[in-house]
Design a protein around this ligand. Structure first.
Ligand SMILES: Cc1cc2nc3c(=O)[nH]c(=O)nc-3n(C[C@H](O)[C@H](O)[C@H](O)COP(=O)(O)OP(=O)(O)OC[C@H]3O[C@@H](n4cnc5c(N)ncnc54)[C@H](O)[C@@H]3O)c2cc1C
Length: 636
């Protein structure tokens, strides 16, 4: 039996789900092949979406018409805005999710997506013709043809899981690895490396004594990932906190050499920003305690995720660690912690559209491209799905630049820098943090999503209504003055310092918001604004009425930081000039003798397509760059 599709996506994790959805939504007959349909969008590690920088990715995925934000809003157990007292650039939303409900929600969403077929099978090899991916062969020897293939195999390629000195081949605990694909792709010239990651033990809720544990509740004032209105409001569940102590650290230190990372059994690098508990105890030896969050995994199970306690120590040591923790003295482990080591493809072998540089029509995304995290995987999946669709249609590659989004920053970092440990998104990775905020992801990206064909009429209508309202509110704030005496009354009520003023002085509402000590939450417009005021009347005649700010936080940020935002916008303009200087295809970097040997090597490996991209390749100095620009300009 031979079947044929436009696009085949291998792997139904977070990456594959977004890729398949995007490709199908763009009108292509798409097949999602995955090892186990019941594991679509499963969360093998933390039952949570979002958090610092990751929430930016989720909101960007949503703004472009992807699914992760909708799924997180529909299935949360707790919503919390992190860093709310810090600046707008680092403010981040985190949802603790019901992982079972989340996976079911995504699966049902995909099942209801037009043009998308889901098939449970294991991809064994790719069909390649003239260096072009034209299909997949499954373990049952079925040949399925396609015009493009997206590979999102997660931790499954040559996957091996470890607890102490016990190890077995597996994609993750209880799931078969994928043992054929990686060697076959190596034979085709793709380079692989090894990475590892780990997960903590899960605990039976009924065996934990919560009575003395610190409570960590969600927010009262809910925020959401999706920019669409009418999200379901659900009950919020608190989580709890326990802490390691001297006994825990003694147990870990006494058993350190039993950890496969310390015994040398596992050599691969793990996620730098998600270290195992044994790593934390060794690296931060001055720290007498580390906290663990106890998070519910699902309303339909008793399992608790012990966030912060990722380990690959042997199971008997895991029991000792767990029993040393306050509240967990009699706790029962339901699933042991483990580490997984797997093959990945260093991303510098791929272009900015995530297509292989040597096999055309092969797109790769997610953990298998060297990242860590559901959100990073989903973001790349979306880009790979869109680009596979563009490839099939013979359209220009779709590339988001760094100044547009964290998604653009993620992809650019991956394909221009040699990355040796699982890449996790951080706000510090962006040079345009004040512009790339989570609150304005829709302003930055929904018009792009609309142009691509991923944003439907309903979302577009909601977006336009929001933009209009923001414009109206901004115009209002920039036109209406209120007496300082009235403002001071409000400030007094909030127990804040009054504003010093000359008698009879009025202040522009926008200037009020520009003040560092004044927050949009104090802006009680109904009390402040005199309806008989000339400016108010003039605006009312033009149909501009504002009784309260619907988008206070965004406006507050726009006004408070407008100087910085303008400066970053100028920087972006400058950067775009360099992006526009294209390096011809096939350019011989090795022949540029005036450039340092290291830079020539790195440039040849990465093969940047513009001077802008070349400037971000590690090991390329400003001098190398100016020489390269000169050579490129004289040759073009
Ligand atoms: C042990 C462990 C620890 C983790 N630790 C962290 C962490 O510390 N921090 C963090 O942020 N995230 C962590 N993660 C989360 C996680 O792996 C990813 O970041 C995320 O799930 C990656 O999404 P993905 O879509 O790329 O891959 P996955 O979610 O792994 O999905 C891959 C999918 O591809 C399928 N597949 C693979 N090969 C084939 C094939 N040949 N044919 C058909 N289907 C195939 C699999 O069945 C699976 O459904 C951890 C995961 C594991 C397993």
């Amino acid at each position: 039996m031979e079947r044929s599709f436009d696009i085949i996506v291998i792997g139904g994790g977070h990456s594959g789900s977004e890729a398949a959805h995007a490709a199908a939504k763009l009108g292509h007959k798409t097949l999602l092949i995955t090892n186990n349909i019941d594991q679509i969008a499963s969360m093998p590690c933390n039952p949570a979406i979002g958090g610092p920088a990751k929430s930016h990715l989720v909101k960007e995925i949503d703004a472009l018409g992807g699914i992760m934000g909708l799924a997180a809003d529909a299935t949360y157990l707790q919503m919390k805005t992190l860093n709310s007292s810090k600046g707008p650039a680092v403010r981040a939303l985190r949802a603790q999710s019901d992982k079972r409900e989340y996976a079911t929600w995504v699966r049902q969403y995909l099942e209801a997506t037009e043009n998308l077929t889901i098939y449970q099978a294991s991809a064994q090899s790719l069909i390649i013709e003239n260096n072009k991916a034209i299909g997949v062969v499954t373990k049952l020897d079925e040949k399925i043809l396609a015009k493009a293939v997206v590979l999102t195999a997660g931790t499954f390629l040559e996957g091996r899981i470890f607890s102490g000195d016990k190890f077995e081949s597996a994609g993750r605990a209880g799931e078969q690895p994928s043992l054929e694909l990686s060697p076959k792709l190596q034979n085709l010239g793709l380079r692989t490396g090894r990475l590892k990651t780990g997960t903590p033990p899960r605990i039976d809720k009924t065996t934990i004594d919560f009575s003395n544990l610190e409570l960590a509740p969600g927010d009262n004032q809910l925020e959401w990932f999706s920019f669409l209105p009418h999200r379901p409001v659900r009950q919020q569940y608190p989580c709890h906190i326990t802490r390691t102590n001297e006994k825990t650290h003694e147990i870990i230190m006494a058993n350190l050499e039993k950890s496969p990372m310390y015994s040398g059994l596992v050599q691969a690098s793990g996620p730098r920003y998600c270290p195992s508990i044994e790593d934390k105890v060794v690296r931060f030896d001055k720290n007498p305690s580390h906290h663990f969050f106890l998070e519910m995994e699902s309303l339909s199970s008793n399992e608790i995720y012990l966030q912060g306690c990722s380990t690959s120590l042997p199971i008997e040591v895991q029991w000792q660690i767990v029993h040393s923790l306050p509240g967990l003295e009699n706790a029962v482990i339901t699933r042991p912690a483990y580490a997984v080591e797997y093959d990945y493809f260093p991303a510098i072998q791929f272009k900015h559209n995530l297509e292989s540089k040597i096999i055309s029509g092969l797109f790769v995304a997610g953990q298998v491209l060297g990242t860590s995290g559901y959100e990073e995987a989903a973001a790349q999946g979306l880009i790979a799905g869109i680009n596979a669709a563009h490839f099939v249609n013979d359209k220009e590659p779709f590339v988001l630049d760094r100044s547009s989004s964290y998604i653009g920053t993620l992809v650019d970092d991956l394909v221009t820098k040699e990355i040796n440990d699982p890449y996790r998104m951080l706000t510090s990775r962006s040079e345009y943090r004040l512009i790339l905020r989570q609150d304005n992801a829709d302003t930055r990206l929904t018009p792009i999503g609309r142009e691509l064909g991923l944003v439907n009429d309903y979302r577009w209508h909601c977006f336009q209504a929001k933009q209009k309202r923001i414009e109206t509110e901004l115009q209002y704030l920039k036109s209406v003055r209120v007496p300082v005496t009235k403002v001071n009354k409000d400030l007094e009520k909030q127990k804040h310092e009054p504003i010093s003023y000359k008698s009879g002085a009025k202040i522009l509402l926008a200037d009020l918001l520009r003040r560092a000590d004044f927050d949009y939450k104090y802006l009680n417009l109904t009390a402040l604004v005199d309806k008989e005021d000339k400016e108010h009347k003039r605006l009312a005649e033009k149909g501009i009425h504002v009784d309260g700010l619907a988008y206070g936080y965004e406006l507050d940020t726009m006004l408070k930081y407008d100087g910085y935002i303008e400066r970053q916008s100028l920087q972006i303009e400058d950067m775009k000039k360099f992006e526009k200087i294209k390096i011809p295809e096939g350019f011989d970097f090795k022949a540029c003798e005036l450039i340092s040997l290291e830079a020539r090597d790195k440039l040849d490996k990465v093969r940047p397509q513009s001077i802008g991209q070349a400037s971000r390749v590690g090991g390329v100095s400003p001098n190398d760059l100016s020489v390269l620009s000169m050579i490129v300009k004289t040759k073009s």
